[in-house]
Every structure is written in C-alpha cells, then in structure tokens.
Design a protein around this ligand. Structure first.
Ligand code: HEC
Ligand code: HEC
Ligand code: HEC
Ligand code: HEC
Ligand code: HEC
Length: 478
C-alpha cells in the first residue's frame, strides 16, 4: 500500500523540485503558518483590528492560492523540458534530490514561522497608524491631517473614528479605499473631498467607545474672547454656560434631549451637505412628534415617504468636525490672539490680519512667501510710525497670521475659508439653527425652541470685564 502511494508521489516530488514550484511551496507554507498563528484570535472573535481582517481574509488566502498555483505551473514547465527520466529516483533519504527538498521545506518553514509572524504584525500596526492614514497620500489628506493635529483628538488614531472596532466595517471602508487609491493614482479625486462622509460608521459605535452619554458633565463654562478691529484690538468676552446634560439624575440637557435613553430622532435633509432640514421627527415613549418647517417645499414633503432619504440623528449631526475643525478667519484670529501666538500689542493687528488672511493665494507656498511681506507692507505704507516702533512684533504677528492661514486654507485641495461647515453652534454656520430656527412647528403648534437660554445660559455677551468672571475668581487678565 505504502509503496504504491510512494510510487505515485515520486514523480510529483521529483518534478516539483524546480525554482517556480519551490517558490510556490514557500508561499503556501508562509500563508499557512501565519494563518495558524492568528487562528486563536480568529476563533475568539476578538479581531479588534479591522485591518487584521484584510490580512486574514484577503492577503493570506491570496498568497496561499497564488503559491498553490505556482507548484503545478513549475511542474508543467519542468515536464516541457525534455529531461524527463523514464524511471523516477526512489523516495528515500538516500536520494539527494529528496533530502534537499526536505531540508529546503524544513528550513523555510522555520524561517517563515519567524518572519511571517513579524511581518503580519508589523503590517497591521502600520496600517493602523496615523502616519499611514494621514501622510501616505500627501496632498490629499493635508487639510484633514493638519486640522487633526490641532484638535482635541490629535492623540486619537484615524481608524478609531473612521473604522472603529470589529471586522465588519473593514470591508466597507476597504472597498471604498480601493476606489480612493485608484482615484489618487489617476489624479481624478474630488477637491475638496466631499462632506458629509456617507460610508462613515454610525457615530455612536465609534465615539461611544470613549465618550458615553452617562459620563457627560452636566454644565460646562465657555469663555469666548473677541478682539475688535480697532486700533487697540479691544478685547471683550462672551460667557456661556453650556447645558451639556447627560448622566443619571442630571437634567437631560443637550445630549439627553436628542439622544437620551428611549429617545430617537431622525430628520430629512433637503441638500447633500445637510444644511437645510425641512422635517424633523422626535420619538419618545412611543410618541412621535413631527416638526415641519413653515417654508418646506412640496418636494421635501413628498420625499418624506421614502425611508432611505431620512437620517437617524447621531453625534456627528452636531459634532461633524470633532477632529477636522477648520475655523473662520475672525474666530481663528481671536484664538491666535488669545493664545498669544499673534501679539495683541500691535495696533490694528486684527483688522489687517483679516485683510491678508482673506486675500487669495494660489498655494500654501505662495502664501508662505507673500503673506508676511504683504502684511509688513501695510504697516510701512499706512502706519509708518508703528512700523518703525514695532518692527519685530509685526514680524512675529506676520508669522502667527501665516500659521493661522496654513492651518485653515489649502488651495491645492480647494479648501477655502468656510468650505466645511461646522454644525456645533449657530454663529458661523446655521448649525443648531437648522432646526432651532423658530420656524419648525409640530401639529400642536409647539415649535423647536430658539430660546437663548435653552442650550446655554447667556451669562455675558461681548463685555469688557464680565462680572460673572470676577465672581468666579477669573480676573480681567484671564
Ligand atoms: C474624533 C474622530 C476622528 C478622528 C480621530 C479622525 N477623523 Fe476624519 N472625520 C471624522 C468625522 C466625524 C468626519 C465626517 C465629517 C462630515 O461628515 O461632515 C471626518 C471626515 C474626514 C474626511 C473627509 C473630508 C472632510 O473633511 O469631511 C477625511 C479625508 C478624513 N476625515 C481623514 C482623516 C484622517 C487622515 C485622520 C487621521 C489623521 C482622521 N480623519 C481622524 C472624525 C474623525
Ligand atoms: C479613542 C478615544 C476617542 C474616540 C473614539 C473619540 N474621542 Fe472624543 N475625545 C477623546 C479625548 C482623549 C478627548 C480629549 C479630552 C480632553 O482634552 O480633555 C476628546 C474630546 C472630545 C470632545 C471635547 C472637545 C473639547 O472642545 O473639549 C468632543 C466634543 C469629542 N471628543 C467628541 C467626539 C466625537 C463626536 C467622536 C466620534 C466621532 C469622538 N469624540 C471619538 C477621545 C476619543
Ligand atoms: C444636538 C447636538 C449634539 C449631539 C447630537 C451630540 N452633542 Fe456632544 N455636545 C454638544 C454641544 C453643544 C456641546 C457643548 C460644546 C461646548 O462646550 O461648546 C457638546 C459637548 C460634548 C462633549 C464635551 C463634554 C464635556 O464635558 O466637556 C463631548 C465629549 C461630546 N459632546 C460627545 C458627544 C457624543 C459622543 C455624542 C453622541 C453620542 C454627542 N456628543 C452628541 C452637542 C451635541
Ligand atoms: C435635526 C434637527 C435638530 C438639530 C440640528 C438640533 N436640534 Fe435640538 N432639538 C430638536 C428637536 C426636534 C427638539 C425637541 C423639541 C421639542 O420636543 O419641543 C430639540 C430640543 C433641544 C433642546 C431642549 C429645548 C427645550 O426647550 O427643552 C436643547 C437644549 C437642544 N435641542 C439643543 C440643541 C443644540 C445645542 C443643537 C446644536 C448643537 C441642536 N439642538 C441641534 C432638533 C434639533
Ligand atoms: C439650539 C441651541 C441654541 C440656542 C437656541 C441658542 N444658542 Fe447660542 N450657542 C449654541 C451653541 C451650541 C454655541 C456654540 C458653543 C461653542 O462654541 O462650542 C452657541 C454660541 C453662542 C454664542 C457665542 C458665539 C461665538 O462667538 O462663539 C453667542 C453669543 C450665542 N450663542 C448667543 C445666542 C443667542 C443670543 C441666542 C438666542 C437668539 C442663542 N445663542 C440661542 C446653542 C444655542
């Protein structure tokens, strides 16, 4: 029996002892070894990393089957050569050919054990890294990567929000990823990258891995500095007490009203960027209230019958820029002045800063070479005395203003001021007032509130030294 089997295997062993088949053997063993190494993780279902899915379900089988195909291919080539012996050498350890084959397979298997494990682990880690996502396709991701670095999430990896835990979502993101890579290669990707992102995972599955509604603080004090465009860059402050809400026993607040336990909300956007919202529905305790905008178009009302047109409200409908927040020029200047990045001691710095920020530059490099010079020229021409007295500070200011520009404007990607609306607030973009506009009414006549104290206590508005800050021990200098 055994001898018959050996006789059958003999020609295969002999024939497969050729470079192509041996490469095939290496690939097959490497793939199998790696696969076995990951098997326990696979079985436990704890594939925390979506890219591991690509490796396990796509790369490994790819290598495996490619290697498998190489083995007969090599045999076929070898057979074509006319050096086929009439009888095949016996399969025993005395045969050098057979010994060599066994030695080769043995050594490569051990080497594979070491290399394949390391390689797959390294590759998975790399694909998860911020460097891979943010910097591989340079120009394309520059705006998002730059804004990200200046955000509260600059230590959170891209994949934590964009893919999240579990193997299921990697397929979707990878399928769209293939299209994106092709678009970058062909240089026909959209500029700017369109928003909102349609295949983004529902926010509650990603954001809530770190922030969960029970944990939000009840109230949060916000102090917003505003510099006027006068000679002294006069500073005033707005003080808001944000009714964040959440947490057991706390008032529902902003989070509880929209996403609290037992509450679901959905809305019908009328445009691609979800900036116009004619209809909103809020369901709680089995009761659904529909709010309709007084100026809703008849088409919008008709679209309400198509369930696919609705969007379930989640974190992203308010926090659509948690990590890629581009600012408007006024706000960006205010923040840089408050942070001391731009010295407020330079007369008219707010006014002239805005002037050069809003000018048009063909690229970021163009701005780097021209903006500081244009800024200095304004002072030389219009305020020669200031220029003479404060040359160094003006230079520092120019640097700060350029940094503001480079954080927010990316002509190469056609990302200009205000290109990406931020829905958190209502002063720069419609934001909350897309629904809270005192224009969306339910059948009962009840309207979605625009009461100035519904979302925040308005403790001070553009005051030079708000009393509330003094009461809290935050003196005028703060
Ligand atoms: C805190 C979560 C979070 C992190 C971290 C994050 N993003 Fe995003 N990103 C988002 C959200 C939310 C959107 C969707 C905005 C929308 O739909 O309006 C988005 C949108 C994008 C877009 C589409 C264009 C745009 O600006 O809307 C790109 C590209 C992008 N992110 C790339 C990245 C890269 C690269 C990284 C890592 C350097 C990263 N993101 C990290 C949450 C995140
Ligand atoms: C991997 C963990 C992680 C994920 C996922 C995550 N965040 Fe955060 N988030 C953080 C950390 C860390 C901070 C910074 C806290 C701080 O600065 O005190 C933060 C801060 C915030 C803040 C407060 C910003 C501020 O102005 O102080 C908001 C709002 C926020 N995240 C929203 C989101 C949203 C929306 C998502 C989902 C798109 C999300 N986060 C996903 C970790 C995460
Ligand atoms: C209806 C709009 C809205 C929705 C929906 C929403 N938020 Fe918020 N969130 C806000 C506002 C407004 C603030 C206060 C911002 C400020 O302080 O300026 C806030 C604050 C936060 C903060 C900072 C809290 C703190 O204590 O400083 C976090 C974190 C946060 N939200 C996460 C989330 C997450 C996660 C979700 C989804 C489960 C979510 N938010 C859904 C409007 C919303
Ligand atoms: C998609 C529409 C929509 C958006 C956008 C939206 N809301 Fe609301 N909001 C509602 C609806 C609907 C209600 C419930 C109104 C009712 O039942 O009377 C509500 C109620 C509230 C309430 C309770 C008001 C009260 O009088 O008790 C607060 C606070 C609130 N929203 C804050 C915000 C904030 C802050 C934002 C922006 C960051 C925001 N909302 C954005 C639809 C929206
Ligand atoms: C639906 C909720 C909501 C209502 C109603 C509302 N606000 Fe606000 N308001 C916000 C949010 C959210 C912010 C942004 C806080 C932040 O910057 O994170 C904000 C910010 C502001 C700011 C600071 C603007 C800045 O420079 O950053 C002022 C001032 C303000 N609101 C005034 C008002 C006034 C006046 C009313 C009444 C007409 C009003 N708000 C009604 C939610 C609301």
């Amino acid at each position: 029996m055994l001898s018959r089997l050996l006789a059958w295997v003999r020609p295969i062993v002999y024939l497969s002892n050729n470079p192509i088949s041996l490469i095939g053997v290496v690939l097959v063993t490497a793939a199998s070894v790696s696969w076995f190494a990951w098997l326990p993780t696979l079985w436990s279902g704890a594939i925390g990393n979506p890219y591991m899915g690509i490796l396990l379900f796509m790369a490994l089988p790819g290598a495996f089957f490619f290697g498998l195909a190489l083995i007969p291919l090599g045999i076929w080539f070898r057979r074509k050569r006319a050096d086929m012996p009439a009888t095949f050498p016996p399969l025993d350890l005395k045969s050098t050919e057979f010994r060599r084959l066994i030695f080769f397979v043995g050594v490569t298997t051990i080497v594979n054990l070491i290399i394949a494990g390391q390689l797959s682990y390294g590759a998975v880690n790399y694909m998860d890294s911020v460097e891979f996502c943010g910097q591989t396709c340079h120009t394309v991701m520059t705006p998002e990567f730059t804004a990200y670095q200046n955000s509260p999430h600059s230590r959170v990896e891209c994949v934590k929000c964009h893919i999240g835990p579990g193997a299921g979502w990697f397929v979707r993101s990878k399928l769209s990823g293939v299209g994106q890579v092709i678009a970058v290669a062909l240089n026909n990707y959209p500029r700017p990258i369109p928003t909102p992102v349609h295949n983004l995972r529902p926010a509650r599955e990603t954001c809530e891995t770190c922030h969960w509604p029970q944990k939000f603080s009840g109230e949060r004090l916000r102090v917003i500095s505003n510099y006027a465009d006068d000679q002294a860059n006069t500073l005033t402050k707005t003080v808001l007490m944000m009714h964040i809400g959440g947490g057991a026993g706390l008032t529902p607040g902003i989070h509880g009203v929209h996403l609290g336990t037992g509450v679901t909300m959905r809305y019908l956007p009328a445009d691609e960027s979800r900036q116009t919202i004619p209809i909103v529905e809020r369901t709680t305790g089995g009761q659904t209230t529909r709010f309709v905008a007084a100026d809703a178009k008849p088409e919008a009302l008709k679209a309400a019958n198509d369930p696919s047109k609705w969007r379930a409200m989640d974190c992203m409908d308010c926090h659509n820029r948690p990590s890629h927040a581009y600012q408007m020029p006024e706000r960006a200047m205010n923040l840089a002045l408050a942070a001391g990045e731009i010295p407020a001691s330079v007369p008219w710095v707010k006014k002239h800063g805005l002037e050069v920020l809003k000018a048009s530059y063909s690229s970021r490099d163009d701005a780097s070479s021209r903006l500081p010079a244009v800024f200095a020229k304004i002072y030389r021409d219009r305020h020669p005395d200031v220029y003479a007295a404060k040359k160094a500070e003006i230079e520092t200011a120019a640097k700060g203003i350029l940094a503001v520009y480079r954080r927010n404007v990316f002509p190469e990607m056609k990302v200009q001021w205000g290109g990406y609306p931020n829905n958190l607030g209502h002063t720069d973009f419609p934001g909350c007032f897309r629904c809270h506009d005192d224009n969306h009414a339910a059948a009962s006549g009840n309207k979605i509130s625009q009461d100035c104290n519904a979302c925040h206590g308005l403790l001070a508005m553009d005051e030079a030294s708000p009393k509330v800050l003094a009461d809290l021990g935050m003196g005028p200098g703060k």
